[in-house]
Design a protein around this ligand. Structure first.
Ligand code: ACO
Length: 323
């Protein structure tokens, strides 16, 4: 059977780093509060010349270089983002053009922080369905542009950045020893819209709007949702937490990551954490964390890796991949 095998990874971060202490003159907060409640120590913030498209392009080029491929080798681009350059056209098409790619097709997926997990699942279906041989999956965000910088309960949590992976069709036997995407589970539930949303949009206010979040409420739901969808993925694949080599969760809050890993029985040393460096970069957080763990040699060929995310909507999901 056909499997979607990871061929390369890449990442891109804005030049400017904003430390927790840099907020102290802007809103009533402290490095200590932010670090203790979230695990975040710094985040990257896009400059005027840095956008979701430019960061996405840079991450894509890094993934292509890692894979030893060129844009000519890619059939489809799927971009997970909630902060597109324009309402339309899709920023994925802009990235396609920036890469000098005028064949195939490209489109955006919007599932907020779960976007990358949704996009990998979609790319896997294109590959297994025979519509594409290689798919470039990008998560790129500039959440700094939709933050209310006077709201201390949200502005300290998010950052900008991009990550990318290239999935390629490979041969598998159908078992969990195969390389590639092995199992996935996605969910959404709109009853929680008001707990995490952006208060603007083309069809309502005609403005871009700002991110609004009832953090405590989101926190209350997060661990249960994350663990449910991971357990569904484990049972699809017939594995347990002990079989995992690496857990790469959405990087929103270190306390959510720790509580989820604990509830699932995933050992602390198997958890990839980058929230301290990047903050919550929404759809970019999982591919950014993946890139870090691949670049520093933790994630190697053959490793069993679990990706997970939860975000606005609510949306949530998990993907099991053998590297
Ligand atoms: N600095 C100092 N104090 C603050 C700050 C701040 N930056 N922000 C809030 N506070 C205050 C609050 O006003 C509150 O004060 P009060 O007790 O006088 O009312 C107090 O700190 C505690 O606030 P809580 O909201 O209860 O703090 P909590 O421990 O829940 O931490 C946080 C807040 C970090 C937002 C947490 O709830 C969280 O991480 N929630 C989940 C976020 C998340 O995972 N989002 C999903 C993905 S995002 C996406 O999809 C786009």
């Amino acid at each position: 059977m056909i499997r979607s095998v990871v061929r390369g990874t890449g990442a891109a971060l804005p030049r400017r780093i904003m430390k927790n202490a840099d907020f102290e003159g802007m809103v009533e907060t402290s490095d200590e509060w932010i670090a203790q409640r979230t695990g975040i120590r710094q985040r990257h913030i896009a400059g005027d010349d840095e956008t979701t498209a430019s960061l996405g392009e840079a991450a894509a080029r890094a993934a292509l270089a890692d894979a030893g491929l060129t844009p000519a080798d890619i059939d489809v681009i799927v971009l997970a983002t909630s902060t597109p350059n324009n309402t339309f056209p899709a920023t994925a098409v802009e990235i396609q053009n920036r890469l000098g790619m005028h064949h195939g097709f490209a489109f955006d997926m919007q599932a907020v922080c779960s976007g990358f997990v949704y996009a990998v699942t979609t790319a896997d279906l294109y590959i297994r369905g025979g519509l594409a041989r290689r798919v470039l999956v990008i998560g790129s965000e500039t959440f700094s542009r939709i933050l209310d910088w006077s709201d201390r309960s949200t502005c300290v949590l998010f950052g900008d950045g991009a990550g990318a992976v290239i999935l390629e069709a490979g041969e598998g036997t159908g078992g969990i020893a195969d390389r590639g995407v092995l199992a996935a589970s996605l969910r959404s539930d709109g009853t929680h819209k008001e707990k995490l949303f952006v208060d603007g949009g083309p069809s309502t206010t005609g403005t871009v709007g700002h991110l609004r979040m009832e953090g405590r409420e989101v926190f209350k739901h997060a661990v249960g949702m994350i663990t449910d969808v991971i357990e569904a993925t484990f049972s699809q694949a017939g594995i347990s937490a002990d079989d995992l080599d690496w857990f790469v969760p959405h990087q929103a809050n270190k306390r959510i990551i720790d509580a989820s890993a604990k509830k699932l029985g995933i050992a602390e040393q198997k958890v990839v954490v980058t929230v301290d460096l990047h903050g919550n970069t929404s759809a970019a957080s999982v591919p950014l964390a993946l890139s870090v763990a691949v670049a520093d040699g933790r994630i190697k060929k053959g490793a069993l890796v679990l990706l997970e995310a939860m975000g606005g909507g609510f949306t949530w999901g998990a993907v099991l991949v053998r590297w």
